[in-house]
Design a protein around this ligand. Structure first.
Ligand code: HEC
Ligand code: HEC
Ligand code: HEC
Ligand code: HEC
Length: 157
């Protein structure tokens, strides 16, 4: 029995790296992709400074990793500003047609939500998520009150 348990733990440990690899395989697709289905949310996001914040940097700063890290999504100047995925996580896997699918979501929302979460969706970005960028490392940091700031960027429908 003990041997069996030992053997099983080895199998679990050995398969961990593969699991982690699968988890990190998702890539960023950009806000235009989300727009195709979430038109209204996209519209209200566009009106927040998250969407345009890369434009606040001058030409020099646009090449400076120490600015890009919080003013572009995934620290990637090809994804300027804080796209949906800056908060909801990289979307290549959870936006697949068999997951974010209107019909399937209507038929069984819980099942679809579970699939989306397994594919890396961050459903409800929280205070810690915001603090990846809203922290003392920012030259313009003036503290961060999650409740109040969330109201300012909340999606409207
Ligand atoms: C092919 C259409 C489609 C695309 C593309 C798409 N979504 Fe969705 N998404 C849906 C549908 C349908 C739902 C189900 C709820 C609803 O109807 O709003 C949903 C739900 C969600 C939810 C809430 C999940 C839940 O279970 O409550 C989040 C968050 C989300 N999408 C984020 C995104 C982000 C971020 C992107 C882009 C990276 C994206 N979606 C791209 C169709 C899509
Ligand atoms: C750790 C993340 C982080 C880094 C690094 C960072 N910023 Fe920011 N920056 C922010 C956040 C968050 C805000 C929004 C502040 C707020 O509203 O609380 C901001 C705001 C700004 C603004 C608007 C300020 C205003 O008063 O309207 C400018 C301009 C700016 N940053 C430039 C830069 C430049 C230039 C660099 C590089 C030298 C940089 N940032 C580095 C996170 C960062
Ligand atoms: C600054 C972070 C941030 C950005 C950027 C962002 N979201 Fe969200 N999103 C949130 C938070 C926080 C919630 C609220 C979760 C809750 O209240 O339970 C949410 C909720 C949602 C939901 C589910 C609830 C609802 O309102 O329908 C969808 C769908 C969604 N976001 C899609 C998007 C899309 C599409 C974009 C880009 C156009 C986007 N989000 C950009 C933080 C963000
Ligand atoms: C990937 C980095 C990043 C994340 C994650 C992030 N922000 Fe921001 N946020 C910024 C930057 C950069 C600005 C500065 C925008 C500007 O003034 O150019 C900003 C600006 C804002 C503003 C001012 C927006 C406006 O239109 O006036 C609010 C409010 C805000 N963030 C709230 C939040 C909340 C709440 C979350 C988490 C749910 C969050 N942010 C997550 C980087 C981020």
């Amino acid at each position: 029995m003990q041997r069996l348990i030992l053997l099983l733990s080895c199998v679990v440990i050995l398969s961990l790296p593969i699991y982690v690899q699968a988890e990190t395989a998702a890539t960023y697709v950009g806000a235009k992709k989300c727009k195709t289905c979430h038109i209204k949310i996209h519209k209200t996001w566009k009106q927040t400074k998250h969407a345009t914040t890369f434009d606040r940097l001058n030409e020099q700063e646009k090449k400076d990793p120490s600015c890009i890290e919080c003013h572009a999504t995934n620290k990637d100047p090809n994804l300027p500003g804080i796209h949906c995925e800056g908060c909801h996580g990289p979307g290549s896997l959870f936006t697949k047609a068999k997951i974010m699918n209107k019909k399937k979501y209507k038929a069984d929302p819980e099942k679809q939500r579970k699939l989306a979460l397994e594919a890396g969706l961050i459903l409800a970005p929280d205070e810690n998520n915001c603090k990846q960028c809203h922290n003392e490392k920012s030259p313009h940091y003036q503290g961060f009150d999650f409740k109040a700031r969330y109201e300012e960027i909340k999606h409207k429908k």
